[in-house]
Ligand binder design. Structure first.
Ligand SMILES: [Zn+2]
Length: 375
């Protein structure tokens, strides 16, 4: 068995987005504190994240964009013209310590995850998975596209068949775009249909790649209300088909937690048990991979879901009830439910009950359509 490593840092506590931004919440630092309080991680398993170098950043981003981010970081202001040219400084992509320092740390950590994987470990970088950023433009709360950089890094290492799987509730437009004409990277994304969800313009089934990359991109845009059984019904067979035909040498899995029902920014209704099951099936089909975080705007739901992923990676039994110490970590988060829903269970247990149900006709049709599209 590969020894598990969690790449993180408590530095993220101070590298936060602006107040009122959906990403202002504690995420990686909360996960670390929560795992610590649950006694589910050893010192040996923790790896302190390191910032990405300029050479790593420019594997995907343009030099002028990186220089502008640095300038914005220095002055904590929007450099002249940067909003128009680079989409920096909008409500969506505000100037904050998270913008450059946080993103660069998360990106270096994704490179570390690749390196650790290549050294024979099982590695998870929960700060990674910022899949919306473009080479010269911030997008969808993302400034630096660490998955695209990690994929470019794998290409540089000589891999020729790399699979990228993304289960974030939102389509990975930045990653798709980066490898759209490339047959060495297969991008497979399961997400809320862009008909009703961000990024609205990309993420449709018809987008199958172009040029040499034709056939090496696959989107599974899903309707609102998808539950555990429906997600897995689509996921297992589609991933299996892609794995059989593409035969990846290595894969990266983006584990955004926003498909969870509690999440304020999505319309899916997965439980963390369903989320965990997606992770398990991925490993059954593809073996060990490189794991990144992603979206996730409910801090408590996020910490609980990634804790289950970590328990699975490190072959630990997840506790049924939360001990006082762990409960206190969650209670210390400044968090108000957005929808007046009582969610006391978040503080009491670790695993949600399964949120399943019958498979709707439109889900069955979608699977048929996707699979016939693959042939
Ligand atoms: Zn998302």
């Amino acid at each position: 068995m590969r020894k598990p490593k969690l790449i993180g840092s408590l530095k993220y506590r101070k590298l936060r987005y602006t107040k009122n931004h959906p990403l202002r919440i504690p995420r990686v630092s909360l996960l670390l504190e929560f795992l610590e309080a649950l006694d589910l991680i050893s010192a040996e398993e923790k790896v302190e994240g390191r910032p990405a170098t300029d050479d790593e950043l420019t594997l995907f981003h343009t030099q002028d964009y990186i220089e502008t981010l640095k300038e914005a970081d220095r002055c904590m202001c929007v450099p002249k013209g940067a909003r128009e040219k680079y989409n920096i400084g909008s409500y969506e992509n505000p100037v904050s310590p998270a913008m450059f320092r946080g993103s660069v740390l998360a990106t270096g950590s994704s490179i570390q995850a690749v390196d650790l994987y290549l050294e024979g470990f099982s590695a998870f970088n929960p700060a990674g998975g910022m899949h919306h950023a473009y080479p010269n433009r911030a997008n969808g709360f993302c400034f630096i596209n660490d998955p695209a950089i990690a994929l470019k890094y794998l290409l540089k290492k000589g891999f020729k068949r790399i699979l990228y799987v993304d289960i974030d509730a939102h389509h990975c437009d930045g990653v798709q775009d980066a490898f759209y004409e490339d047959d060495r990277v297969f991008v497979l994304s399961f997400h809320q249909s862009p008909e009703y969800a961000f990024p609205f313009k990309k993420g449709f089934l018809e987008e199958r790649g172009s040029g040499r990359g034709k056939g090496y991109n696959l989107n599974v845009p899903m309707p609102k209300g998808v539950h555990d059984d429906e997600f897995l019904y689509l996921y297992e067979d589609i991933l299996g088909e892609v794995a059989d035909s593409f035969k990846p040498e290595v894969y990266i899995l983006q584990l955004g937690t926003d498909p969870l029902e509690e999440d304020p920014l999505s319309k899916f209704r997965l439980s963390n048990l369903g989320f965990l099951e997606i992770f398990k099936r991925t490993r059954q089909i593809l073996g060990e991979g490189i794991y990144l975080g992603g979206g996730g705007y409910h801090p408590l739901a996020l910490a609980r879901a990634w804790t289950l992923v970590w328990c699975e990676m490190s072959k630990r039994k997840a506790p049924k009830f939360l001990p006082q110490k762990a409960k206190e970590v969650l209670l210390s988060v400044e968090w108000e439910e957005y929808d007046d829903e009582e969610r006391n269970y978040l503080y009491e247990t670790l695993k949600d009950p399964w949120r399943g149900g019958p498979i709707r006709g439109e889900i069955k049709k979608l699977k048929e359509k996707v699979l016939s599209n693959l042939k």
